[in-house]
Write a protein that binds this ligand. Structure first.
Ligand SMILES: Cc1ncc(COP(=O)(O)O)c(C=O)c1O
Length: 403
């Protein structure tokens, strides 16, 4: 059988090394042409076995917790740009050891920790930690509220009014020692969305930009998606840099691992209830692809039958009334752990493979072992064509999560 993920165990996430390289080359090109730093957001992609490979192309990585910051130090060999919605006091010393940059979600958080940073910087031989504050431009093109950091009343970042009430000085100033501004309001967005966001950011925070050394424009820049206008992205980033004379950083997660691999599953049973057929598989939507239920979105599916035939399943529409309808069922007991009917060209049989496309970003980092469901193995399809299983999950992994 020629299907390229055929040698993978099931269930398994399979990262395609050649596709990852293609993304990294594109991103490195933007980084070079725009003169900005692009760093990996671990929250979107934490498959650390490929961090040394990623580090060949990108400037570093951003962490949203102590664990992510430590992983960046250990597996990427560099300090992290760290942003936490709130820092835990008993973790802060350690976070400082692992970080080159710290972004605070509020002026109050900065005020709470700034003396600790000053003491750290005075006693450390390393380059001093550079501090920034997350701003909320209150503008976003993201329509799903779950993914919209600029929704009214958002807890993510300070609105412009927060700086007017800073206890630290006259109206409209940054607290002493702040060297950077950060915003993040995009999600799978275009460069044109960024352009509009920059206009809102400049309108609300333009008076603060000349006071800082760097601006971090967060994630959500889906530059590796087909059709993304990278030349336009480069133009607006260069223009921003030239206008304000600041260093610019982007911290995408999805863009790094976009369309770089799959989740392979196997049909375990065909269940029928009053005419509705469900192909029960060895994966769980809630356990392994929670965004398909939360967002919600429909994953693209490929059917690989046991005789090697490869066909795409499609959404039902008048043009494909001839196919066979199956729901795809997860193996957990959650009633909603399934995807509504897809149309298959061929009958599904126990043992056939159902391959979920584009399952590397945000899936692996969000998995759970709910119901004790078997966690998919993690594999890499090397550029040589060899399939390497980099991690197999078993009872110990399940047991070690709790006590
Ligand atoms: C602060 C911050 N930076 C970066 C990212 C990465 O975004 P994306 O994976 O959409 O590029 C996120 C995602 O939620 C985020 O919250």
């Amino acid at each position: 059988m020629s299907y390229k993920y055929n040698a993978a165990p099931s269930p398994a996430f399979v990262l395609d090394e050649a596709l990852l390289r293609k993304n990294l080359e594109l991103i490195a090109g933007v980084q070079r042409d725009a003169g900005v730093e692009i760093i990996l957001a671990l929250k979107g992609f934490s498959m650390w076995s490929v961090f040394p490979f990623v580090k060949r192309y990108l400037s570093g990585a951003t962490a949203s917790s102590l664990n992510e910051a430590k992983l960046i130090n250990e597996e990427m060999g560099c300090k992290a740009h760290t942003y936490c919605v709130a820092y835990l006091p008993d973790e802060f010393e350690e976070i400082m050891r692992y970080s080159s940059h710290l972004v605070f979600n509020s002026v109050a958080q900065y005020e709470r920790f700034r003396s600790a940073v000053s003491v750290h910087n005075a006693n450390s031989a390393d380059t001093p930690i550079s501090c920034g504050i997350r701003c909320n431009p209150e503008y976003s093109e993201v329509e799903t509220e779950l993914y919209n950091p600029a929704a009214p009343g958002s807890r993510l970042g300070e609105v412009d009014a927060a700086f007017a009430t800073s206890p630290n000085g006259p109206a409209q100033v940054l607290p002493d020692g702040v060297e950077g501004l950060h915003f993040h309001t995009l999600c799978e967005s275009t460069s044109y969305d960024l352009e509009k966001t920059l206009a809102a950011f400049e309108q609300r925070f333009g008076h603060l930009i000349p006071k800082v050394k760097w601006v971090n424009m967060g994630g959500g820049h889906l530059m590796t998606k087909q059709g993304y206008d990278t030349a336009h992205l480069v133009r607006i980033l260069r223009r921003f840099k030239e206008k304000w004379g600041v260093d610019v950083l982007l911290e995408p997660g999805s863009a790094i691992a976009w369309e770089t691999g799959v989740l392979v599953s196997t049909v375990l049973d065909i269940h029928e209830s009053r005419g509705i057929k469900t192909a029960i598989t060895d994966i769980s939507f809630t356990g392994h692809m929670p965004d398909t239920l939360e967002m919600p979105y429909r994953p693209r599916i490929t059917h690989v039958s046991q005789n090697g035939e490869v066909t795409a399943a499609t959404d039902p529409h008048p043009g494909n009334a001839q196919g066979m309808l199956y729901r795809i069922g997860g193996v957990s007991c959650l009633s909603g752990d399934y995807m509504k009917e897809y149309v298959f060209e061929k009958e599904l049989m126990v043992g056939d493979r159902i391959v979920f496309e584009d399952m590397i970003h945000y899936t692996m980092v969000k998995t759970t072992t709910f119901n004790g469901v078997r966690h998919p193995d993690i594999c890499i399809l090397r550029e040589t064509g060899e399939l390497e299983v980099v991690k197999k999950f078993g009872f110990e992994d399940y047991r070690n999560r709790l006590s």
